[in-house]
Design a protein. Structure first.
Length: 317
């Protein structure tokens, strides 16, 4: 049995998720303050004693990303100065994950910068869900738990009749993620090959697999500007006959994505998790289903605190 008290805290980005996790654990969320000063600086303060506690700080970073990231770093410093025993950072959606390499010369590897900042401030462990590139865990020298929401998403999808469905990967890079869906649901897999032309535009070149007469279930780790929804013409050109469903973990959902979702009658359903708070303009959208991953995070927190294995819930490459 762990000898240090367990404590969970939340930043201001998404306190509702922390509260839901706390409810599963039968724990109150710790008291803390975040103040945005008139000059746009951020001030944070802990309102509880955490000396020698095992703390799990939950911060899923919504827009504006840099404010949420700065708040996270300030809280890490506050916990360290308050003499916590272990400080575990739960970041369901890890920011800057798409900037994990140099695609051309003279670029920053921004995901590495974020990893360095979190680690050097004093975090003991980092936990994230369906990160864009699982290799980012190698940017850290502290323990990292790369979780996946795929089993949770598949449990939800199994409530429907999937006999006429096929899993679709939007590109080769997501084929491994799509393969997990296909394996858990017992469905065929189709892969779209595309070329990214810039940060916001991609072009599909061809399709691998048979989609004739099927319902496409398009998967991805995140949906931001909606480019993944703009590339579905090729599915129907190759014979898809049912309306498209999409199962995507992180609902960043910029206005262009919501517009695309509403405009295209071929898209019937977008299933997302609550790793991020839905934007206001998406909350009442009848095409969007948001399912919770709070039970997954609560289970992981409890197992880590008790020193139990979580290997069966980590991302497998």
């Amino acid at each position: 049995m762990a000898s240090h008290p367990l404590h969970i805290f939340s930043g201001s980005c998404y306190p509702e998720l922390a509260q839901e996790i706390g409810d599963y654990l039968h724990l109150p969320v710790g008291k803390a303050q975040t103040t945005h000063l008139p000059d746009s600086e951020i001030h944070v303060k802990l309102d509880e004693v955490v000396r020698e506690h095992d703390v799990f700080f939950i911060q899923s970073i919504n827009r504006p990303v840099n404010e949420g990231l700065m708040e996270l770093l300030l809280f890490v410093d506050a916990f360290r100065r308050a003499s916590v025993n272990k400080l575990n950072i739960v970041i369901p959606y890890f920011p800057y994950a798409r900037q994990e390499r140099m695609a051309t010369g003279r670029e920053a590897i921004s995901a590495r910068v974020v990893a360095d900042l979190i680690e050097r401030q004093g975090a003991s462990r980092v936990i994230f869900i369906d990160i864009h590139n699982p290799a980012i865990q190698g940017f850290f020298n502290i323990p990292v738990d790369p979780l996946s929401a795929v089993p949770t998403m598949c449990n939800h999808l199994q409530k429907y009749d999937l006999s006429d469905s096929v899993i679709v990967s939007p590109d080769v890079g997501r084929a491994s993620l799509a393969g997990k869906y296909a394996e858990l649901l017992g469905l065929p897999l189709v892969v779209m090959h595309k070329r990214r032309e810039n940060f916001s535009n991609t072009k599909v070149t061809h399709l691998v697999g048979d989609i004739r007469g099927k319902r496409p279930i398009l998967i991805d780790d995140m949906i931001a500007g909606g480019s993944v929804l703009k590339q579905i013409d090729i599915l129907y050109e190759h014979g898809a006959s049912k309306k498209l469903w999409a199962s995507i973990t992180h609902p960043i959902l910029l206005p262009s994505a919501i517009e695309q979702l509403n405009r295209d009658d071929r898209i019937e359903k977008l299933i997302v998790t609550n790793t991020l708070k839905l934007p206001d303009e998406a909350k009442n959208n009848k095409k969007i289903e948001q399912i919770t991953i709070a039970h997954l995070l609560a289970s992981i927190i409890e197992k880590i605190y008790k020193g139990e294995s979580i290997s069966n819930q980590l991302i497998k490459s």
